[in-house]
Design a protein around this ligand. Structure first.
Ligand SMILES: [Zn+2]
Length: 229
């Protein structure tokens, strides 16, 4: 049985042909590269072919005349002569290598639910202290967002080759919506600290719920890309 790897998200598909569409990131079959036949199949014809084991669904039996040598890996072309990376490029490379985006995104993802719950409690029970606490929480989100968004864009460009599938589009829209809703909430509170006692309090709460939902969607897609499920 052959193994095919999505060149965008690294998802591995087992089968005679690549899937029409990557089930994780959504790119087409042309983005899949053939990795190699599974070790069981490579052991050749005859009795050892039975060692292929769980690949019993493979209806195609290997012809006995097939050479025993494993299929050679894809030959890379001549190595391009690379100019030494600039300091900035090296920093970007290190950010992707050490997962700056998933690490930094846990800051807002951890704080946002607390801020929104505090605002809802403040609204329901008219507690000014909770409004202030929610606002301070959002300040920390605002401080983390530049790194989160920047590292996200860098990761998309460098790791996922700027793939413009629906999945990545939704993730980008969700991240932008989160940042916009957060900026609106903070600005609104600064202009009117009594917003949760005013008649527009429900709109303020709605903006915060949209912010939380959008962050949840962006995070869910991130998890899908990381865990490939
Ligand atoms: Zn993929």
């Amino acid at each position: 049985m052959k193994k095919w790897q999505c060149s965008v998200c690294k998802y591995i598909h087992t089968g005679e042909t690549p899937p029409d569409k990557c089930p994780v990131c959504g790119v087409g079959s042309e983005k899949f590269v053939l990795l190699e036949d599974s070790p069981g199949a490579q052991e050749g014809a005859g009795a050892s072919a039975k060692l292929a084991g769980p690949a019993a669904d493979d209806p195609i039996s290997r012809p006995a005349s097939k050479p025993l040598t494993p299929s050679p890996p894809k030959k890379p072309g001549p190595l391009p002569v690379k100019a030494p990376a600039s300091f900035y490029e090296r920093i970007l490379g290190l950010m992707v290598k050490h997962h700056a985006h998933p690490v930094s995104v846990h800051i807002p993802n951890g704080i946002l639910p607390a801020a929104v719950v505090l605002f809802i409690l403040a609204w329901l029970f008219d507690m000014d202290l909770f409004v202030k606490a929610g606002f301070i929480n959002l300040i920390f989100v605002i401080l983390a967002l530049p790194l989160v968004l920047f590292s996200g864009v860098i990761e998309w460009k460098k790791k996922y080759n700027q793939a413009a599938t629906t999945l990545f589009k939704i993730k980008i829209v969700a991240a932008s919506l989160t940042a916009t809703a957060c900026l609106i909430s903070v600005s609104w509170y600064l202009i009117d600290p009594q917003v949760l006692s005013s008649s527009s309090a429900w709109i303020f709460i709605l903006v915060n719920i949209v912010m939380l939902a959008a962050a949840g969607i962006a995070g869910h897609i991130g998890g899908k890309l990381v865990f490939k499920d």
